[in-house]
Design a protein around this ligand. Structure first.
Ligand SMILES: NC(=O)c1ccc[n+]([C@@H]2O[C@H](COP(=O)([O-])OP(=O)(O)OC[C@H]3O[C@@H](n4cnc5c(N)ncnc54)[C@H](O)[C@@H]3O)[C@@H](O)[C@H]2O)c1
Length: 305
C-alpha cells in the first residue's frame, strides 16, 4: 500500500511492479490520479513481464490487510526552503492519514517518507500507537546512496564497490561517517584527501537542495523511491539487511524517545534490531547535536497534537 500518488509514490509503485514482488494499492486524495497511474503502470506489464496486481483508489478502506504501508503524502519543499519549514503543513496531512492507517491496517509495518522526516515518523508512532518495531522512516538509505555515489564518482570506480553510511537526522545535521566508508574494504581515507572528503560530505548534506536547485519545480524522487524499495524488499523477503533508517531510539547511541537515522536490521517483523556502531568522540558529538535538533522538532509536533 502506497499512500500518496505523487512523484515518489508513483515511482515507488513502478519500481515495485517491475520487480514483480508484491501486489500494490496506490491511494491518493484524487481518485482519478491514483487509478490513472495504476492503470498506466499495469499496461506496461506485458512489456516488463510482471504479474503483480496494481490498483488505484481514494478509499482508505482498501488498505485493509496491507502488510506494508508506505506514507509518501505531503508537501515537498521548494527552492530555498528547509525541510523543517514543512512541519506545520505536513502535520495536517500525516496526522489524519495515520488515524486511517491505525483504523484499517492496525497490523501493518509503516514506512514514513514525508518531510521533515524525523518529525513525521515520530508523529506517526504517536498517532498510530504502533510498537517501535513497526514504524520506521526512510532517509538514511538515500543520504548514504548519495554519499556512495559521490565517492565512486570521485574515484572513478564502480559504485557497487563502495560502502558508506550516513547517520543522524535527515537535514543539515546529518552525520556522514567517512571512517566507515570503504572501497572493497579499503578505507576511503587512504584513497581520497581530507579536503575532497569534506567536499563530498558537504555535497551529501546538500544532496536534496542540489536537485531542487537544478529542477526548480521538483524535489528528488528517483533515488528516494529506490531507497523505499530497498526497505520494502528487505521486509517482504525477510532479508534482514542492515540499512540506515530512522528508527525509534530507546537508549541506543545514548539517545531516547525520538527517531533518528541509525543502522537497523530490517526483516519481516520490521525494525528487528538497532545496530550500534563504535563512534569516535567527534562522531558521537555530531550525533548528539543532531539529536538535539530532532528533539526540538519532536517538541513542535507534541505542541500541535
Ligand atoms: N525522507 C526523504 O528522504 C524524502 C525524499 C523525497 C521526498 N520526501 C518527502 O516526501 C513527500 C512527497 O514528496 P513527492 O516528491 O512525492 O511530492 P509530490 O508533490 O509529487 O506528491 C505529494 C503527494 O502528497 C499528496 N498530498 C499533498 N497534500 C495533501 C493533503 N493535504 N492531503 C492529502 N494528500 C496530500 C498529493 O496528493 C501527492 O500524492 C514530501 O513531503 C517530500 O518532502 C522525503
Amino acid at each position: 500500500m502506497i499512500i500518496g500518488a505523487g512523484r515518489v509514490g508513483a515511482t515507488t509503485a513502478q519500481i515495485l511492479a517491475y520487480r514483480d514482488i508484491c501486489d500494490i494499492v496506490l491511494v491518493n486524495r484524487t481518485e482519478g490520479t491514483a487509478k490513472g497511474i495504476a492503470l498506466d503502470i499495469k499496461e506496461s506489464s506485458p512489456l516488463e513481464g510482471f504479474d503483480s496486481d496494481i490498483m488505484g483508489t481514494s478509499d482508505f478502506r482498501e488498505i485493509r490487510g496491507s502488510d506494508i504501508v508506505v506514507l509518501t503524502a505531503g508537501v515537498p519543499r521548494k527552492e530555498g526552503m528547509s525541510r523543517d519549514e514543512l512541519l506545520n503543513t505536513n502535520v495536517n496531512v500525516v496526522k489524519p492519514m495515520c488515524q486511517q492507517i491505525k483504523r484499517y491496517a492496525p497490523d501493518c509495518k509503516l514506512i514514513v517518507l514525508t518531510n521533515p522526516l524525523d518529525a513525521m515518523v515520530y508523529l506517526a508512532k504517536k498517532v498510530t500507537g504502533f510498537p517501535k518495531e513497526r514504524v520506521v522512516g526512510m532517509a538514511g538509505i538515500l543520504d548514504s546512496a548519495r554519499f556512495r555515489t559521490f565517492i565512486a564518482e570521485t574515484l572513478k570506480v564502480s559504485v557497487t564497490s563502495v560502502s558508506g553510511i550516513v547517520l543522524g537526522g535527515h537535514g543539515d545535521s546529518m552525520v556522514p561517517l567517512p571512517n566507515n566508508a570503504f572501497v572493497n574494504g579499503i578505507p576511503i581515507k587512504e584513497l581520497i584527501g581530507k579536503g575532497t572528503i569534506d567536499k563530498i560530505i558537504e555535497r551529501t548534506r546538500n544532496g536534496g537542495a542540489e536537485i531542487i536547485g537544478l529542477e526548480k519545480d521538483s524535489s528528488a524522487f528517483y533515488a528516494p523511491a529506490s531507497s523505499l524499495v530497498a526497505m520494502i524488499e528487505s521486509m517482504l523477503n525477510d532479508r534482514k539487511e542492515v540499512l540506515p533508517c530512522a528508527a525509534y531510539l530507546d537508549g541506543e547511541y545514548g539517545i531516547k524517545g525520538i527517531f533518528m537515522g541509525v543502522p537497523v536490521v530490517l526483516g519481516s517483523k520490521g525494525v528487528e534490531k538497532v545496530v550500534e556502531l563504535k563512534l569516535t568522540r567527534d562522531e558521537s558529538a555530531a550525533m548528539k547535536a543532531s539529536a538535539d535538533k530532532v528533539r526540538a522538532l519532536a517538541k513542535q509536533v507534541d505542541a500541535l497534537l
